[in-house]
Write a protein of this length. Structure first.
Length: 427
């Protein structure tokens, strides 16, 4: 196989190196193309563009494969824990027992928020969307933890990473409790990451949240499934923001803002709301016809990268059944609609031809709703879990000696040079 591609433009030809990864498609290196040939490459939506070199996450969308540092997502979801996956994503290897104990201690140590930070929440309207609170509150961390903002210092980068992973559950639970008009619950160091988050979210002064191993495991697994996903829109946002040297709290706030969009992290809320709109198994046929007539999309279906069953959706579906059975919601009408809709879509040529399979959002909304979270919290939970992926990718970018500020170019189609006209000479 050749290690270069040749591009002919007019009567000139240019050799472009072909770079090989450890797996996945090769890339054509166009970095010198503009300098040599005075042309840009054009790829809106980045469907054919590798924006960076990375060793963290690998996706084979056709095969339905997702690997973190080489480990398949289903093995991690089955055998690992979210904090262990955090260590893996950040450091590249699974921890030894002493390494894990130290990491867990570090995260636990950072779960509290500065007391003045709590006053920040009361500035928001009580009906504020919790994602609006998350975007503001995470950005504001920089005002409280100024001692870890020097992005050129690896130790400070590490402390910021630990702070973000540790404080996200506390912030997310506060955003939730605030929206419910309930007092904040402080973290407890003797609880696991997921257990602590559930307790901070659901305990009220009159009644402490009662631990349940099935729900804790489900929460932990949902966090694992959302931990990282290669160079998606929000991760690319974090990298782009970070490429200017912006501090990590600002970069993660930018990632949260991007994640909020309905085509990205907002999809699980939309998927659940779609099931509620469908309302009954009897209405599915008409709803699917509306999708085919292009009136709306089937939310929780389709993916830019997966053109096969999303491997996370398989685990999510199993977790969904476990949680609903435990809570006695096995006959939840929304679950019945979801299962029937999935069956129809997986057999209908419209969806089969377009390779539209259920994605992770399809079953996560039903599960989270059964666990007691309102739909506007779904994206918040996604942001909480994805923080480790964002910060791992951000850290990797800083460790890359080839780091450059991100600066895409454009195909300009606007007006060319023209001279200013005074207002009385226009029109
Ligand atoms: N429902 C119905 N049709 C869909 C669809 C969906 N959810 N997703 C894609 N399609 C159709 C498109 O209309 C298009 O059809 P066409 O070729 O006849 O025009 C075809 O499938 C290809 O879609 P395209 O928009 O090119 O795919 P994409 O890779 O750009 O989009 C998503 C990916 C995720 C944005 C898109 O599938 C979507 O909006 N899904 C619903 C939202 C969602 O669940 N997002 C969560 C992702 S984890």
């Amino acid at each position: 196989m050749t290690d270069k591609a040749t591009l002919n433009i007019g009567d000139k030809s240019y050799d472009l190196p072909i770079l090989k990864g450890s797996t996945g498609p090769d890339v054509v290196d166009v970095r010198k193309l503009y300098g040599e040939a005075d042309v840009f490459t054009y790829d809106p939506g980045f469907t054919s563009t590798a924006s960076c070199e990375s060793k963290i996450t690998y996706i084979d969308g056709d095969a339905g494969v997702l690997l973190h540092r080489g480990y398949p997502i289903d093995q991690l979801a089955e055998k690992s824990s979210f904090l262990e996956v955090c260590y893996l994503l950040l450091n590249g290897e699974l921890p030894t027992a002493p390494e894990f104990a130290e990491f867990e201690r570090n995260i636990t140590y950072h779960t509290m928020l500065h007391a003045q930070f709590d006053r920040f929440f009361s500035g928001f309207r009580s009906d504020a969307h919790p994602m609006a609170i998350m975007t503001g509150a995470v950005g504001a961390l920089s005002a409280f933890y100024a001692d870890s903002l020097n992005v050129d210092d690896p130790k400070q980068r590490e402390i910021s990473a630990h702070r973000l992973i540790a404080k996200m559950p506390t912030i997310a639970a506060r955003a939730f409790q605030y929206s419910q008009g309930r007092p904040f619950v402080s973290p407890r160091n003797d609880l696991s990451y997921a257990e602590n988050f559930l307790r901070m979210s659901f305990s009220v002064p009159a009644e402490d949240w009662k631990p349940n191993p099935v729900l804790t495991r489900a929460m932990d697994r949902i966090f694992i499934l959302h931990a990282d996903h290669e160079q998606n829109a929000s991760t690319s946002t974090v990298r782009l923001a970070g490429s200017s040297g912006a501090h990590p709290f600002a970069c993660i706030a930018a990632g949260i803002a991007c994640l909020w969009g309905p085509s990205h992290g907002g999809a699980n809320q939309e998927a659940l709301e779609m099931l509620q709109v469908i309302g009954s198994v009897d209405n599915i046929k008409d709803y699917v016809q509306g999708v085919k007539d292009r009136k709306y999309k089937l939310m929780g279906f389709g993916h830019r990268v997966y053109k096969n069953y999303d491997p996370r959706a398989k685990v999510m579906q199993k977790t969904c059944h476990e949680v609903l059975d435990l809570l006695g919601h096995g006959n939840d009408p929304l679950l019945q609609i979801a299962m029937e809709l999935e069956k129809i879509a997986l057999n209908d040529p419209y969806f089969v031809d377009r390779k539209l399979y259920p994605n992770i959002d399809f079953y996560s909304g039903i599960t989270l709703r059964a666990m007691g979270f309102p739909s506007n919290m779904f994206t918040v939970l996604f942001a909480l879990a994805r923080t480790v992926g964002w910060i791992s990718q951000w850290k990797e970018m800083f460790e890359d000696p080839q780091r450059k500020i991100g600066r895409p170019r454009q195909l300009y189609t606007g007006a060319t040079h023209r001279d200013y006209l005074a207002i009385d000479k226009r029109g």
